[in-house]
Design a protein around this ligand. Structure first.
Ligand SMILES: Cc1cc2nc3c(=O)[nH]c(=O)nc-3n(C[C@H](O)[C@H](O)[C@H](O)COP(=O)(O)OP(=O)(O)OC[C@H]3O[C@@H](n4cnc5c(N)ncnc54)[C@H](O)[C@@H]3O)c2cc1C
Length: 428
């Protein structure tokens, strides 16, 4: 990372890592419901939001509907996936309860195109499936590169952006040759990940030494163990079971991931045991471990970000820890009611509330409902006082639900694009 960042009680993973977080994500999709969307968009925009949902769904996921009601439906869509038996039992035998609901997992899994063989473009850490791949932003970029090779410039790092009149001057550096490059444009769609976008915009707008909110979805995690004789680990290492809890009109959600042998090998790297013993240990014991995560909405986060005149980004992390702890113990109680009857115990140790930022879901710095009117977007994603400068990543989302938010960030970008295209102005 070329930016100078200081973090106080915040652990970020930055988007320059591995060429973008979208290249290494887990592909868990958690669409926002109508109520959550209404915290982001006005009623007039809901038609566009619906179109954007359908569009993104058609790109990243098999099947027309978002969500699986039955196991048969899931298996018809992904016949090669065998979900974990404990997760399936919890789903099938769940107590009907208005506030807690278990659902089958929803992942951005696409069939690979035999001609293009996109599978080569990424590490598939979901299991070994020949024709399935996790949707990855590179898939689309590769398509664009083929269709419009002139529209893509490789190895470019954007150092700063300046506005002169109606034109944006984008100062770039070629990371391989160290050559400088200046790109001039009348339209900018900024989607460099929340921390990069915020830094470049604060610098462009000369907003130094002022604190802006940085939303995240505070998270917790715990381990559980299934001791059922009929246990089958399955073959799918991503989320195998999702849950949603509705408390005081806030959605808190999470998922269960089986501990795969790959992950177990990483955890046990310092254990002086031959691999074959590790395999046996995993098979007998550790394959029965399920890792669960829980996400709280951004109302529980109180982080801030600011840029100093020396061009240093400072992030202060803060959770509403007291409220989170209280809710977390209620949630564990609700979950345990369902897990215990399927012979799954929640392990009392290794339960933890993550540090702010470790959830890897950031947003809200330059949103349309930003309290700090010094720097904000209007609802079409454009930066106030900056014609045709659009903030297309989750920096422009004023609220993050207690869910992994990437699907919704893609929808946010699509809403901005649909609206831009519908304007009666000459484009470019
Ligand atoms: C291990 C892991 C698992 C995850 N799992 C999930 C999940 O299951 N579900 C979910 O919803 N979310 C998940 N996430 C979060 C998800 O990856 C991010 O929310 C999402 O990818 C953010 O997308 P983005 O487009 O904003 O940023 P990115 O995907 O990071 O894209 C930003 C791009 O801009 C480039 N860039 C940045 N600064 C500059 C600059 N100055 N000049 C030039 N280029 C620049 C970056 O290199 C990158 O290519 C996960 C993240 C990780 C790390």
């Amino acid at each position: 990372m070329k930016f100078d960042i200081e973090e106080d009680n915040f652990s970020s993973i930055r988007s320059l890592a591995a060429g973008g977080l979208s290249n290494i994500w887990g592909g868990g999709i958690s669409p926002y419901n109508k109520e959550e969307l209404s915290k982001i968009y006005s009623r007039q925009r809901m038609n566009i939001v619906e179109r954007a949902y359908k569009k993104i769904n058609s790109i990243i996921h098999e099947g027309n509907r978002l969500g699986f009601k039955t196991i048969d439906e899931y298996q018809a869509t992904y016949p090669e996936i065998a979900l974990n038996s404990a997760c399936l039992s919890v789903f099938k035998n769940q107590n009907s309860n208005n506030s807690l609901r278990f659902t089958l997992p929803l992942n951005a899994l696409c069939r690979t195109d035999a001609k293009e063989d996109y599978k080569k473009l990424q590490d598939s850490w979901m299991g070994d499936f020949k024709t399935l791949t996790i949707f990855n932003s590179r898939l689309l970029l590769e398509k664009i590169k083929k269709k419009h090779p002139e529209s893509y410039i490789k190895n470019i790092y954007i150092e700063s952006i300046k506005k002169i009149g109606d034109i944006y001057f984008i100062y770039c550096l070629n990371l391989l040759t160290n050559e400088k490059l200046l790109i001039k444009s009348k339209n900018v769609f900024c989607c460099l990940g929340v921390i990069s976008t915020t830094k470049l915009v604060l610098e462009m707008e000369q907003k130094f030494n002022q604190k802006y909110q940085l939303l995240n979805t505070p998270a917790a995690s715990f381990l559980s163990f299934c001791y059922s004789k009929k246990y089958i680990a399955g073959n799918f290492s991503l989320n195998n079971l999702s849950f949603e809890i509705n408390i005081n009109n806030q959605v808190i959600s999470g998922g269960f991931f089986p501990l795969t042998f790959n992950l177990f090998e990483k955890i046990s790297i310092n254990w002086m045991l031959p691999r074959i013993f590790k395999k046996i240990l995993h098979r007998l014991i550790f394959s029965r471990v399920l890792i669960a995560n829980v996400f709280f909405p951004s109302d529980f986060s109180e982080n801030s970000i600011n840029l100093t005149e020396e061009n240093k980004i400072i992030i202060y992390g803060k959770n509403k820890s007291f409220e989170i702890k209280k809710l977390y113990s209620e949630i564990l109680k609700m979950l345990k009611n369902n897990l215990t009857k399927e012979k799954i115990i929640v392990l009392p140790f290794l339960q933890k509330i993550l540090r702010p930022g470790e959830d890897i879901h950031y947003g809200g710095t330059i949103s349309n409902i930003n309290e700090n009117k010094n720097l904000c977007c209007i609802e079409d994603g454009s930066l106030v006082n900056n014609k045709n400068f659009y903030i297309c990543d989750s920096s422009s989302m004023p609220y993050l639900s207690g869910k992994p938010h990437s699907f919704n960030a893609m929808v946010n970008a699509a809403v901005i694009a649909i609206e831009y295209l519908s304007k009666n102005e000459t484009k470019y």
